[in-house]
Design a binder for this molecule. Structure first.
Ligand code: PLP
Length: 400
């Protein structure tokens, strides 16, 4: 079969590939602890499930407008006004199947081939994949451990210029758990205005934050007119399989997103949209409980990782990922991740699945029970102790 050449430019998400390899090992009888997949292990809150069933029973089974039902768009706008202090109305909202289509739509709607797009590295791999798809120039800005994985602002200042059309931000961040501080957001905002750039602010983890208030760049008054917020239901309400997310954007841009939806998915499933209203307007105590539980797991995970000789891990401020440094073992992250899967029985992702600046790190999702996290830490310690012994026997660790 001859596939179109543009497909060669598409990247992927390795989490699904590692999951498949882990499942194959399980099928052979091996015990694997799963820390590779980035999804809450909780069930969707019952009130949302009930709202979906009621919607199905009342015949909400047809096409909806491509930009979503007006009632949900209004509920999202209300949520944006309340949490971000932005003057959003339903006109600014486009509902899509999951947060991910907003990445594709923003890049297709706003970026010409040859334009420059700034994005975090390590970062969600779909950014780079979509930038390459439209033949724009990907300009990575490193997130450094010594900076608690905030944007390297020196690198950002050098990267932004008049050819930059889009700046992609993600806070709280996948894979590092880092959070962009207000001071950095203000400087990014100033430069975005100076160089007339749009911002795609991926805020899918905005509710999974352990300290302080969530800050969106869109809340800075001059930025609201040039920001596309990506958010959704997947992580906040444990609804990854429902496929429902949204973009909040200037009203001049929203029709382009609706057109892209018409040309691809037509619309988001009707009954899920009705359930989404219950998610946003109904009780939020299940979300609070999930975040409290994630914090407990984060603390177990980070403390345990820091006890493993050769591993060091910062405390992530948001999302549900730890990003430990494993440079001391002197091997590529991919090799260590494979070793942990095949020899240690723990499925993790190499930092390089998120870009070149992820070398020397692993990504571990702590969206798993404390019992499984403790089991994974024991297995990792055993396997990495063996690796360290081998390293000592053979040679010194090379520097990355
Ligand atoms: N953005 C980031 C940073 C993510 O980590 C993910 C999912 O892992 C998404 C977007 C996509 O979310 P959804 O599953 O709602 O499409």
């Amino acid at each position: 079969m001859r596939l179109a050449k543009r497909l060669l430019r598409l990247g992927t998400e390795t989490a699904f590939e590692v999951l498949a390899r882990a499942r194959a090992l399980e099928a052979q009888g091996q015990e694997i602890v799963h820390l590779e997949i980035g999804e809450p292990d909780f069930d969707t809150p019952q009130n949302i499930v009930d709202a979906a069933i009621a919607a199905l029973r009342s015949g909400k089974t047809h096409y909806t407008p491509s930009s979503g039902i007006p009632e949900l768009r209004a509920a999202v706008a209300e949520e944006m006004r309340r949490t971000r202090g932005i003057p959003a109305t339903a006109e600014n909202v486009v509902i899509v199947p999951g947060g991910k289509p907003i990445i594709n739509f923003a890049i297709h709607a706003l970026v010409e081939s040859g334009d420059e797009v700034i994005y975090p590295n390590p970062g969600f791999p779909i950014y780079e994949s979509q930038i390459n798809l439209v033949q724009a120039r990907p300009v990575p800005v490193p997130l450094l451990e010594e900076n608690d994985f905030c944007f390297d602002m020196d690198a950002f200042r050098k990267a932004v210029n008049k050819r930059t059309t889009l700046i992609i931000l993600n806070s709280p961040q996948n894979p590092t758990g880092g959070v962009l501080c207000k001071r950095d957001l203000e400087e990014i905002a100033e430069l975005a205005v100076r160089y007339d750039c749009y911002i795609l602010s991926d805020e899918i983890y905005s509710r999974i934050l352990y300290d302080g208030e969530f800050a969106s760049i869109a809340s800075i008054p001059e930025l609201w007119e040039r920001t596309i917020i990506l958010d959704g239901f997947s992580k906040t309400y444990a609804m990854t399989g429902w496929r429902m997310g949204y973009g909040v954007m200037p009203s001049a841009v929203a029709p382009a997103f609706a057109k892209l939806a018409t040309n691809s998915v037509s619309c988001t499933a009707a009954f899920t949209q009705w359930a989404g209203i219950e998610g946003l307007r109904g009780p939020q105590d299940e979300v609070d409980k999930m975040v409290a539980e994630f914090r407990r797991r984060r603390d177990v995970m980070v403390a345990g990782l820091n006890k493993i000789p050769g591993v060091s891990c910062r405390t992530p401020a948001g999302a549900f990922y730890a990003f430990p440094n494993v440079k001391s073992f002197g091997r590529p992250a991919k090799e260590i991740a494979d070793y942990l899967l095949y020899e240690g029985g723990v499925a993790v992702l190499p930092g390089t699945s998120f870009g070149a600046y992820g070398e020397g790190y692993l990504r571990l999702s702590y969206a798993n029970s404390v019992e499984n996290i403790v089991r994974a830490l024991d297995k990792m310690r055993l396997a990495l102790d063996k690796l360290e012994l081998e390293r000592r026997k053979t040679s010194q660790a090379p520097e990355y």
